[in-house]
Ligand binder design. Structure first.
Ligand SMILES: [Zn+2]
Length: 270
């Protein structure tokens, strides 16, 4: 599932290819991709110029002339792919945006959890539930969010209401960088440990963006140009059960938290 670094990589590709381009047309297939408002409302975007791109957590924003924002949420398996004009649509293509002089963007989503919507037309909750973007996280905010909580630290780090953009992979990597176990009660962290988490978040995510994100064995994530990321080669713990810790060489351990696995070093993380 794409997390902040993968979504940011896609955003940069969109910015590079389509900024300043008018949208010639937007074609929707299937019924699940636009579900917060009547799908036909997206036709309002036709003829508008892409004036900016933005991202909060895992949500991508395409800002159009006249003050309209199209939100793209890739969720589990969504991809945006740059294609030539009139290119054959691969299976599970649910939306096609054609740009003047710059080809097309295809929204491909086998599992159909992803979605597109106009920000103003979204259901009232909109994006109001999102915590601060993980790249703008402060120690004060995180300390308040963790204070008194008995839930495992990882459950809060991956809660988009606490911090937006961190998911299963990067939560493990951030906990390793901060030398804290992901299964610790969130409220048990000292102030220095919270500060290390904030620093670790910035460091891990910045390095992951630099590497174009992580592409796991399922090959599900790729960027706008179909290229995989390479940060999986730098993972310290995620997916490395039994392999030597990159810091102390002791085998990386795995623990189940809820429905998902978490990876950590029993010596380096407390
Ligand atoms: Zn270690």
């Amino acid at each position: 599932m794409p997390e902040l670094p993968e979504v940011e990589t896609v955003r940069r590709g969109l910015h590079q290819l389509y900024l300043g381009r008018p949208l010639l047309g937007l074609v929707l297939e299937g019924h699940r991709t636009v579900r917060r408002h009547p799908p036909g409302l997206l036709r309002q975007l036709e003829g508008r110029v892409l004036e900016g791109t933005d991202r909060v957590g895992k949500f991508l924003f395409l800002r159009w002339s006249g003050g309209r924002d199209l939100v793209v949420h890739l969720r589990m398996s969504g991809q945006l792919r740059a294609e030539q004009r009139g290119a054959q649509r691969r299976p599970h293509t649910h939306a096609v945006m054609a740009f003047d002089g710059a080809g097309e963007v295809h929204f491909v989503d086998p599992r159909t959890f992803g979605e597109l919507f106009l920000l103003d037309e979204a259901r009232p909750e909109g994006l109001g539930h999102l915590g601060p973007d993980a790249l703008r996280l402060s120690a004060g905010h995180l300390a308040r969010a963790l204070d008194g909580r008995r839930a495992p630290l990882k459950a809060l780090l991956t809660d988009q209401r606490v911090v937006a953009g961190v998911g299963n992979i990067y939560a493990d990597e951030i906990c390793f960088a901060a030398r804290v176990r992901p299964d610790r009660p969130a409220g048990s962290l000292s102030r220095p440990a919270v500060a290390r988490l904030v620093a670790g978040t910035t460091d891990v995510l910045a390095r992951a963006i630099e590497a174009g994100g992580s592409t796991l064995g399922d090959g599900q994530y790729c960027d706008l140009f179909g290229q995989p990321g390479s940060f999986q080669l730098q993972h310290a713990v995620y997916g490395r059960e039994g392999l030597p810790c990159r810091s102390c060489a002791r085998p990386v351990a795995r623990v189940r938290l809820g429905a998902r696995s978490s990876y950590f070093c029993p010596r380096c993380q407390r």
